[in-house]
Design a protein around this ligand. Structure first.
Ligand SMILES: Nc1ncnc2c1ncn2[C@@H]1O[C@H](COP(=O)(O)OP(=O)(O)OP(=O)(O)O)[C@@H](O)[C@H]1O
Length: 244
């Protein structure tokens, strides 16, 4: 089933054109990653897909009743403010203790509920944000550069967690990253954005595409090979393999 469908979107901030003729869609259960250089419009595209921004041209359609769980890039919490993980999960609205514990387990941080937010490692903190997104029982998880500040093994572990969450919840995942090597191999489909869609397809197809190589160079083979084995199975989706 199609969850989100964007058709021929144009968007600018002020006079500056950011996105031009962008069309993309997200189907049930798939993991799609948007990659692109700084300022290429990745966050803007996510906000358009969520509905926080309206396209100036084109359209965004979301399946009716679609629930989106959003994991932000960073969340600053005043380190002098004492707040436990469980209390954090109860903001802005209270959730049953069982649901909170379950979300922490699904996010890979079971039993952390009593800890202070300020005492979590970077990876634990991001998993708590993930747990909070899971609490809304989302059809789609959206992550915007969710591994900023983590080292590469930390990022790789986080993305493996995302794959596990997808298995658990059966949700689709749409993420934005410029950590190509780690992220791409965990994806069913990759969209390479630079104001417009340069190329898209499976990680293999995109890494081989001339437009991608022009933007990012070719030094990703080794890291890609490391994680690829997890994705030799078929999710029953149709993948677009055409590169521009
Ligand atoms: N609220 C805003 N007002 C004005 N300009 C904005 C606003 N948000 C983003 N921009 C501009 O739009 C362009 C695209 O920004 P966006 O954040 O979507 O890119 P990005 O690909 O997510 O970048 P990064 O990888 O650096 O996070 C940038 O030139 C940015 O300066």
């Amino acid at each position: 089933m199609r969850l989100i469908d964007a058709r021929h979107i144009d968007f600018g901030h002020g006079g500056q054109r950011v996105l031009q003729n962008v069309s993309m869609s997200l189907d049930e259960g798939e993991i799609v990653t948007i990659v692109g250089p700084n300022g290429s419009g990745k966050s803007t595209l996510l906000r358009l897909l969520i509905g926080a921004l309206k396209p100036q041209k084109g359209s965004v359609t979301r399946a009716s009743g679609l629930r989106i769980g959003y994991v932000p890039q960073k969340l600053h919490i005043d380190p002098t403010l004492p707040i436990t993980v469980t209390r954090f999960l109860n903001l802005p609205k209270p959730v049953p203790a069982k649901a909170a514990a379950e979300a922490l387990r699904t996010a890979g941080v079971a039993g952390l509920g009593g800890q202070q937010m300020s005492q979590l490692s970077g990876g634990q903190f991001q998993r708590v944000l993930l747990a909070r997104a899971i609490l809304s029982d989302p059809h789609v998880l959206m992550l915007d550069e969710a591994t900023q500040g983590l080292d590469q093994p930390g990022s790789a572990a986080f993305y493996r967690q995302i794959a596990a969450v997808r298995q658990d919840l059966g949700c689709a995942v749409l993420m934005v990253s410029h950590e190509l090597h780690v992220v791409m191999s965990a994806s069913d489909r990759v969209i390479c954005l630079n104001g417009h869609i340069c190329c898209e397809g499976t990680p293999e197809v995109v890494t081989a595409a001339p437009a991608y190589r022009e933007l990012f160079g070719t030094g990703t083979g080794g890291a890609l090979a490391l994680y690829r084995h997890e994705h030799d199975h078929d999710h029953g989706h149709h993948h677009h393999e055409a590169a521009e």
